[in-house]
Design a protein around this ligand. Structure first.
Ligand SMILES: Nc1nc2c(ncn2[C@@H]2O[C@H](COP(=O)(O)OP(=O)(O)OP(=O)(O)O)[C@@H](O)[C@H]2O)c(=O)[nH]1
Ligand SMILES: [Mg+2]
Length: 313
């Protein structure tokens, strides 16, 4: 029986660590939608954090782990940093800076199309206050011209003394290897903190809820900005080797519930099907997924919900 409190594991077969191990934390910070989760998935070679075209997809800190030679690198995916307007926003932004606090390397990820805009200026101010070294990573270079990249590099480096500048496409995997090697070289000596086969610290129940939230976001386009939340309520291992999962989708209004369910239940059926398919691949067995929709006007202020997301202890 698998333990749902554990994170996902890599296939077995990694070598055991030897005497000269190194280990450390890398925090990836940046504005919403910069591509932080895409980058982390690329760096560890597996989907550990959900990705959508919408801003504010990641809500909590997710740790992802990879090994380069004798170095174990623990990446901390953080929510995007933006100007908080609501209670949930504040907790998200706090989680983002909190992720950077204990890191050995802080990497500021920037959507190169957006450049040094107001949001990135605010983050640079935050970095200055932090008084910590950082590297600059310009992302989405597949979308812009080289001369523009040089301009951007100048704009950022004149504001902050970055240790290094990397130019990457997290989506296409360009420039990732160099960046990873650099990070490995910056890890301090020390024992590995995770077993060599572990990829993430996100419990499976939470990851399963995140997968459904991703499908919900992808399916609903701009109708439901972030008024929704998914929780795994039941996880039952069946004797036939399959697993039965019940999840609740929380929304804030009856009208939103109608949108999530869709005409004749079509929308929720499609969301459930997409989530089930991905869960089956992840868990490598048959999944029976049941989705329920509940209206809770103030779910984003409910301590129990915030705790479930991992934003409250
Ligand atoms: N073209 C292109 N798109 C990218 C690249 N990296 C990420 N994206 C896209 O940018 C969008 C946002 O990616 P995410 O990884 O969810 O961004 P994030 O920074 O984690 O966003 P939040 O969690 O909301 O803060 C998605 O649609 C990605 O596919 C890239 O290198 N090139
Ligand atoms: Mg993210």
């Amino acid at each position: 029986m698998s333990n749902t409190e554990q994170g996902i594991n890599a296939p077995q077969g990694e070598t055991t660590p030897h005497a000269n191990t190194r280990c450390g934390f890398v925090a990836i910070i940046g504005a919403p939608n910069a591509g932080k989760s895409t980058l982390i998935n690329q760096l560890v070679g597996a989907k550990v954090s959900i990705v959508t075209h919408k801003v504010q997809t990641t809500r909590t800190r997710v740790r992802a782990v990879t090994i380069v030679d004798d170095a174990q690198i623990i990446f901390v995916d953080t929510p995007g940093i933006f100007k908080p307007k609501r209670r949930l926003d504040e907790a998200m932004v706090e989680a983002a800076w909190g992720g950077a606090a204990d890191a050995d390397v802080i990497a500021l990820l920037v959507d190169a199309r957006r450049g040094l805009d107001e949001e990135n200026r605010r983050i640079l101010d935050g970095l200055k206050k932090f008084n910590r070294a950082a590297v600059l990573v310009l992302n989405k270079i597949d979308l812009i011209d080289k001369p523009k990249l040089l301009e951007l590099t100048e704009a950022f480096t004149s504001e902050f003394d970055f240790d290094e500048v990397f130019m990457i496409s997290a989506l296409k995997g360009e420039g990732i290897e160099d960046f990873k090697q650099y990070l490995a070289s910056r890890m301090p000596p020390g024992p590995w903190l995770y077993p060599p086969d572990q990829l993430s610290d996100l419990p499976l129940r939470l990851l399963a809820a995140e997968i459904t939230r991703e499908k919900l976001y992808l399916r609903l386009h701009d109708e439901l900005p972030y008024a929704s939340h998914v929780e795994t309520e039941q996880w039952e291992e069946r004797p036939d080797g399959s697993v039965r999962i019940e999840q609740v989708i929380y929304v804030q209004r009856d009208s939103q519930k109608k949108i999530v369910i869709g005409k004749g239940g079509q929308t929720i059926k499609a969301i459930g099907q997409a989530a089930r398919e991905e869960l089956q691949l992840l868990l490598n067995r048959k999944v029976h997924l049941f989705l329920f929709v509940k209206v809770r006007e103030h779910w984003d202020r409910d301590p129990e919900r915030l705790r479930a997301i991992g934003l409250l202890d």
